[in-house]
Design a protein around this ligand. Structure first.
Ligand code: 5RP
Length: 225
């Protein structure tokens, strides 16, 4: 069975108390760090210096999601910081194959993200260059949005291509993931789930992670039976 991973997004955490907020999700598989530049998306979060501090105190590996323009220029620096995984947007790169190779050569897993309206087909030949494909299930920029069911066929096509390739590329979904929508996303073929409000909006974030993992794993198990 494909492993189910739950990566809480710090976008919904208390940014003044990030160290304590990270301790609350120490049962997560990774922490999803949303880097936004107010150019690629209409929102601004944190840059490399803060990400490095998060890396220094986090009890779990970092999964950075770069919602930034000119990814070719900026993404390699995040890999140099020793992050476990660095994901750039296909729409923000003019040389995605070169960039994915560069991230791997600097020691990070290479992820590539697609906005909801970006088709996956032009990028399928790139699967051997990637460790993870992130299919956005909301328009990137803000937490707390509703899951876009229109993305489900794309997740299914990506899963068919990954399974057909025999490569272990993870399929991550990000946006509107709840105890209810995780089932639909997992049925379609996603196996790494980013959840912001569903985790940090809960009284007990660790219990929310366990619940999401239980639902996601149950669905992935049923899909392979
Ligand atoms: O990348 C993001 C927004 O661009 C966030 O990671 C995402 O929206 C998670 O938040 P929520 O689970 O509340 O939807």
């Amino acid at each position: 069975m494909t492993q189910c991973c739950i990566n809480p997004s710090i976008l919904s955490a208390d940014f003044v108390n990030l160290e304590a907020e990270l301790q609350r999700i120490s049962n997560a598989d990774a922490v999803h760090v949303d880097v936004m530049d107010n150019h690629f998306v209409p929102n601004l979060t944190i840059g490399l210096p803060v990400v490095q501090r998060i890396q220094a105190v986090s009890p779990v590996p970092l999964d950075a999601h770069l919602m930034i323009a000119d990814a070719d220029r900026w993404a390699p620096g995040f890999a140099d910081a020793g992050l476990a995984s660095v994901t750039f947007h296909a729409e923000a790169s003019i040389a995605p194959i070169k960039l994915a190779r560069e991230l791997r050569s600097r020691g990070s897993k290479a992820g590539m993200a697609l906005r909801p309206a970006t088709p996956v087909e032009p990028y399928l030949d790139m699967l051997p260059e990637l460790d993870m494909l992130l299919i956005m299930t909301v328009e990137p920029g803000f937490g707390g949005q509703a899951f876009l069911d229109i993305t489900l066929p794309k997740i299914r096509r990506a899963r068919a291509a990954v399974d057909g390739s025999g490569l272990g590329v993870a399929i991550q979904v990000d946006g509107g993931i709840t105890e209810e929508t995780i089932t639909r996303a997992a049925e379609a073929g996603a196996n790494v789930f980013v959840a912001g409000s569903a985790v940090y909006g809960a009284d007990d974030p660790a219990a929310a992670i366990d619940l999401l993992r239980k639902e996601g794993s149950r669905t992935l198990r049923a899909a392979t039976e």
